[in-house]
Design a protein around this ligand. Structure first.
Ligand code: PXG
Length: 284
């Protein structure tokens, strides 16, 4: 029976319940993290915890515990569920309030932590590469909801994901209000052209991905230049390689975009090399 950490206690899965008056549910008012566990170790723990606290701060959400206490709670949940290789969902909701928007009437934020196994993309996606499409749904304007905030409000991404699923694609590329590539619905986007790696700056409207940061570091260690610049649909169409990075996907090659073949239609050599380096780094 899996154990869920909920507001200070480990409880059985069927007892892990949140009030219907929680603003996390009523308004998507809250923040979260998705974190991997590799070889019993929480991956990039500090970076995820930092992002969680920064997201909370940006929306004036006070997390009712210090970050070191949060880390201990995460470790405790991983151990209680005996997770050696898996996935952690760490959620902070605004808490129980009344039926108005006012977040300051919510007495206390709720924290829950789930540690479970993760359903990965089929191995075939990694070997043969993934199909993606350009979403019509524009990424949230940074002045509306800063995309750096990993909030519980994912409708923008879900609408794009629905477009991808309807089109039979694995993922959707989201563009910002200016037409520049922002990100995929749960992954960051990279392209390779002439041996150089390009990725949109976070200001283009993406989450500052933890996997993105690791992959940029690994690429630089391999002597590959990484340039952050605005990318258009054209850049994706004419690139040698396209790949996505994220907690769930890790590093995954894209082989068609809007029906156009990327490179030679197989995951490219830099993509494959980075996937291998990522695996080694995660399991070191
Ligand atoms: N952009 C968005 C909008 C995301 O939600 C990423 C980029 C990649 O960031 P990280 O830090 O994970 O490298 C995310 C992360 C899932 C899933 O089940 C998605 C995320 C995290 C965990 C699981 O699709 N999104």
């Amino acid at each position: 029976m899996s154990k869920i950490w909920l507001d200070g206690k480990l409880v059985d899965r069927q007892d892990a319940k949140i009030s219907v008056f929680d603003h996390g549910l009523l308004y998507g008012d809250g923040v979260f993290e998705g974190i991997r566990v590799y070889g019993g170790k929480v991956f990039e723990f500090a970076a995820h915890i930092r992002r969680l606290y920064e997201s909370a701060r940006a929306i004036r959400l006070e997390i009712p515990m210090e970050s070191d206490e949060m880390c201990r709670a995460v470790e405790e949940t991983v151990q209680a569920n005996n997770i050696k290789s898996g996935y952690i969902r760490l959620v902070v909701t605004r808490g129980v309030g009344d039926l108005g928007l006012n977040p300051f009437l919510c007495k206390k934020a709720s924290v829950f932590i789930i540690a479970d196994h993760i359903k990965l993309y089929p191995e075939e996606y990694y070997e043969k590469g993934m199909k993606v499409m350009s979403a019509v749904t524009v990424r949230n304007h940074p002045l509306s909801l800063p995309p750096q905030v990993k909030s519980l409000n994912y409708l923008n991404n879900i609408l794009a994901k629905i477009e991808a699923l309807d089109a039979g694609a694995g993922e959707a590329i989201m563009y910002n209000h200016e037409g520049f590539v922002a990100e995929a619905t749960g992954d960051n986007v990279f392209v390779v052209r002439g041996g150089i790696i390009y990725t949109p700056p976070v200001q283009a409207g993406s989450l500052e991905g933890v996997t993105r940061a690791v992959v940029i570091r690994l690429a630089k260690t391999e002597g590959i230049e990484v340039v952050e610049k605005n990318l258009t649909r054209f850049d994706l169409y004419v690139s040698d390689e396209v790949f996505l990075t994220g907690t769930a996907a890790e590093v995954i090659g894209v082989v068609t975009i809007d029906g156009r073949t990327v490179g030679d239609g197989k995951p490219g050599s830099i993509t494959r090399m980075l996937r291998k380096k990522f695996y080694e780094y995660a399991h070191a």
